[in-house]
Design a protein. Structure first.
Lengths: 150, 111
């Protein structure tokens, strides 16, 4: 089922218990657009990781700071933008969790999972603070888990 | 997350139910493993059949749990891996680290 011009926006405070709210919206939007359950689950997981990073690393758990999520569906093309009020980071400095020396690290897999489950992710850093993560996925491709993308 | 423990032939079988996600279960898992190891129970079988949701923090805690047990001269193995957790371990190549079993008796005998 193609859906044109669907746009959903939600803003949450930086509490981990709010992550699931955003994840559920992502999964329902994908399922309503005809995505299978597995595919919807993996997109929901990418959203979960993005929101968790925004709360933890972006907003540093400051509950006064907000995280916004915007879902835009045009045809089969889904774009998800997760924004925080943080100072940003260098995405190229994120280590590869598949590197043998990183395999046993207890953290550092969130962005890897996002890259794996989505077609593309990119960051945008605003002058004066604020980071946006834009993730895209063509829902017509099915689950399309892209393994091995670091 | 709920953790239920029982001893079978000196193996600590810990059944986890619910979510192992950031802020909801990740710290709990760390505490459960630390507690078992502190009590000298370093042969641990984690039954994951009841895990409904896991994220990268939960995966990180599984890795940390493995390291904690191994550093104490013990072993940590996994039992009844849900399909999606199995996929998450595969894409990160962590499936090569963990010993995974589908049968409890077989798992217990392997220690």
């Amino acid at each position: 089922m193609e859906r044109d011009g669907e746009r959903i926006e939600i803003t949450i405070s930086s509490r981990f218990e709010n992550i699931e709210l955003v994840q559920v919206i992502a999964e329902h939007l994908c399922e309503n657009a005809g995505m299978d359950e597995d595919g919807s689950h993996w997109i929901g997981m990418a959203v979960r990781e993005a929101v968790a990073n925004a709360i933890k690393h972006g907003n540093k758990l400051d509950i006064k700071k907000k995280v916004s999520a915007v879902f835009e569906l045009n045809g089969h093309d889904l774009a998800i933008t997760i924004s925080d009020e943080g100072t940003g980071f260098d995405p190229t400095a994120v280590s590869d969790p598949l590197n043998p020396q990183n395999l046993m690290k207890t953290s550092g897999r969130g962005i890897f999972y996002m890259r794996t489950f989505m077609d593309q992710i990119r960051y945008s850093f605003q002058d004066g603070g604020g980071t946006s993560l834009i993730m895209t996925k063509n829902l017509a491709k099915g689950t399309g888990m892209a393994t091995g993308k670091a | 997350m709920k953790a239920t423990t029982r001893d079978v032939n000196g193996i600590e079988i810990i059944k986890l139910d619910g979510k192992i996600t950031i802020g909801a279960g990740d710290q709990q898992l760390r505490d459960v493993i630390a507690n078992a190891v502190a009590n000298g129970k370093n042969k641990i079988l984690l039954d994951l059949s009841g895990v409904t949701t896991i994220d990268s923090s939960g995966i990180g805690e599984l890795v940390g749990s493995y390291t904690t047990a191994t550093n104490r001269g013990g072993k940590l193995k996994l039992l009844h891996l849900p399909a999606k957790l199995n996929e998450l371990l595969h894409v990160t190549q962590l499936i090569t680290v963990f010993e995974v079993y589908e049968n409890e008796d077989e798992a217990v005998k392997s220690f």
